[in-house]
Ligand binder design. Structure first.
Ligand code: HXC
Length: 262
């Protein structure tokens, strides 16, 4: 049922959970354009699949992703980058995918790799994961949202220091600063913990889960008052879903909810 890809692998490791594994080991999962195109395709397939309710995005133990592909970018001119909207397709992850994506980060998550992780809805990592925005060392700056998402996540003081110095930060720091929701001691524990969370999410009503993701993400774009109003509208709209009736009725009857996904 899965397409075959060159730079990623897809699987369904648990019921309701779709997994994308970045798989370009020779380049530490450097995110070349064809890899991003494959990632977008895989995520679009999972988003459309009735069998998938939560998505796990991971790399290898050694590298989540060591950045955009430096060798691909090196010769790009301004006009090429501008006219082809270079990197814009990376945004599909945040604008098109409605189901929650959990990033499981081990090893390097640098530059575009760090930005990719920051685009996901839940970020888990190992304590020793190696995050950073080292673009300054290459004579450039973050280009896939790093200066915006990292700054919102950890505040201006830390983000400015990291982005101006290109200094890396650890998984432990990512957790302490609120970038990562949890850290794990080992790669195996990271994968298992991520799958467990994905399974938990997958056990809930798909309509409610997608609405929850949508409203939390709105908080990153809207002023508080507008965000609260937006949330209330979506909350109201869920009274039109069958699963709200199913969930509340099951509670009253002390039974397990059998979601209908509508
Ligand atoms: C292309 C890369 C790469 C990258 C690693 N490789 N990162 N190729 N783009 N971002 C390749 C190396 O060239 C090498 O290929 C192979 O992967 C193994 O890497 P090594 O450097 O030999 O491994 P190691 O010594 O373990 O060092 C790991 C590393 C280092 C510290 C992660 O590879 C590194 O610094 N990579 C670049 C990290 C970076 O600057 N990322 C930001 C990119 S800019 P060969 O063929 O030599 O074996 C960016 C911009 C984002 O992401 C803006 C828009 C998205």
């Amino acid at each position: 049922p899965f397409r075959s890809y060159e730079f990623i692998e897809t699987s369904q490791p648990r019921p309701g959970v779709g997994q994308v594994t970045l798989n370009r080991p020779k380049a530490l999962n450097a995110l070349c354009s064809p890899l991003i195109a494959e990632l977008n395709q895989a995520l679009a397939d999972f988003d459309a699949s009735p069998d998938v309710r939560a998505i796990l995005l991971t790399g290898s133990q050694k590298a989540f992703a060591a950045g955009a592909d430096i060798k691909e970018m090196a010769p790009l001119t301004f006009s090429e980058a501008y006219t082809t909207s270079f990197i814009e397709s990376w945004s599909s992850l945040t604008t098109n995918v409605k189901k929650p994506i959990i990033a499981a980060v081990s090893g390097h998550a640098l530059g575009g790799g760090c930005e990719l992780a920051l685009m996901c809805d839940v970020l888990y990592c190992t304590e020793t994961a190696n995050f950073g925005q080292p673009e300054i060392k290459l004579g450039t700056i973050p280009g896939a949202g790093g200066s915006q998402r990292l700054t919102r996540a950890i505040g201006k003081a830390r983000a400015m220091e990291l982005i101006l110095t290109g200094k890396n930060f650890t998984g432990r720091e990512a957790f302490e600063w609120g970038v990562a929701a949890r850290t794990f001691a080992t790669w195996d524990e990271l994968l298992e913990g991520s799958l467990k969370t994905a399974e938990t999410i997958a056990s809930y009503s798909k309509v409610a889960v997608m609405a929850a993701k949508e409203v939390v993400n709105k908080s990153q774009d809207l002023p508080l008052r507008d965000g609260v109003e937006y949330e209330r509208r979506v909350f109201h709209s869920l009274f039109g879903s069958n699963d709200q009736k199913v969930g509340m009725k099951a509670f009253a009857e002390k039974k397990k909810a059998e979601w209908t996904d509508n």
